[in-house]
Design a protein around this ligand. Structure first.
Ligand code: NAD
Length: 247
């Protein structure tokens, strides 16, 4: 199956069309980052939806920050996997390339991607919602939990988009523009249940893009895509792009 898919994809990419990659939590699963919907998605008895919201933060910032502190600690040692590395190499190889991610882990940048549209923000970013403090603090353990602005003492919050919040307008604009423009879209490791990202492949398809899904499990997109590869990202991408494999 992968050989047939590779031949089809090679033919499509031969004249360097605009291409895009949309990634979700599954792209980082082989780096040891748990997906939300996997068995390790729960923290204590809470579902992410119960903690990642402005209401939860207003109600109990200590609890929400305790969860983020736990996630940061687990994320810190995680390294990019073969999928992140191939995607970074794709940016260098193809003339017109967009990477749009739902991930907040920063692993694409660690792998060498320089132009990443982060739809849901970045977990290492910490900012003051009422002041100007805004920093990327990539450390395993924060000095204080919950963290406070060193100048004003204001309570800081994680730089991620929470349930019920709007996505960053510039990220949405960039993603929208990409979806109507490119000719080939790779959808890697997303369950396609979180909107609006779940809708992007549908828009792309409507604009005539060739859509390739890489996910070991079937999703609501699998039926509509041109190729659904039921494989792990770190296995499929190196087979599709063997000349982009780096150690
Ligand atoms: P999800 O957890 O809903 O789904 C993950 C998908 O990845 C599933 O469909 C699963 O079958 C697939 N998958 C698992 N292992 C895979 C692998 N090795 N290769 C390819 N696919 C694999 O994730 P989502 O669709 O990104 O949506 C969840 C939300 O949770 C997003 O908003 C995202 O911001 C957030 N989230 C981010 C991270 C992260 O930054 N790494 C981790 C967990 C959740």
């Amino acid at each position: 199956m992968i050989e047939t898919a590779k031949a089809q994809i090679d033919a499509l990419l031969a004249d360097d069309p605009p291409i895009a990659v949309l990634t979700g939590a599954g792209c980082s699963a082989e780096s040891g980052v748990p997906t939300f919907r996997g068995a390790e998605g729960l923290w204590k008895q809470y579902r992410p939806e119960e903690l990642a919201s402005p209401e939860a933060f207003a109600r109990d910032p200590d609890l929400v920050w305790e969860w983020y502190a736990w996630r940061r600690e687990r994320l810190f040692p995680c390294q990019p996997n073969a999928a992140h590395r191939i995607i970074a190499a794709m940016e260098r190889r193809f003339g017109d390339f967009s990477l749009i991610t739902q991930n907040v882990d920063g692993l694409h940048q660690l792998a060498g991607s320089t132009d990443v549209v982060e739809l849901h923000g970045n977990i290492w970013r910490v900012f003051d919602p009422i002041g100007s403090y805004d920093e990327v603090v990539r450390v395993a353990t924060l000095d204080e939990v919950p963290p406070r602005c060193p100048q004003t003492g204001n309570l800081l919050r994680p730089g991620v988009v929470w349930f019920g919040e709007a996505l960053p307008p510039d990220a949405i604009q960039a993603a929208d523009a990409a979806m109507s423009r490119f000719k080939v879209l790779f959808v890697v490791g997303t369950s396609a249940v979180v909107y609006p990202a779940a809708y992007f492949p549908v828009i792309a398809k409507r604009h005539g893009a060739f859509v390739v899904e890489i996910n070991p499990d079937a999703t609501s997109l699998s039926e509509m895509v041109d190729i659904a590869l039921p494989m792990k990202a770190g296995e499929a991408l190196p087979q599709l792009f063997p000349d982009l494999v780096t150690p």
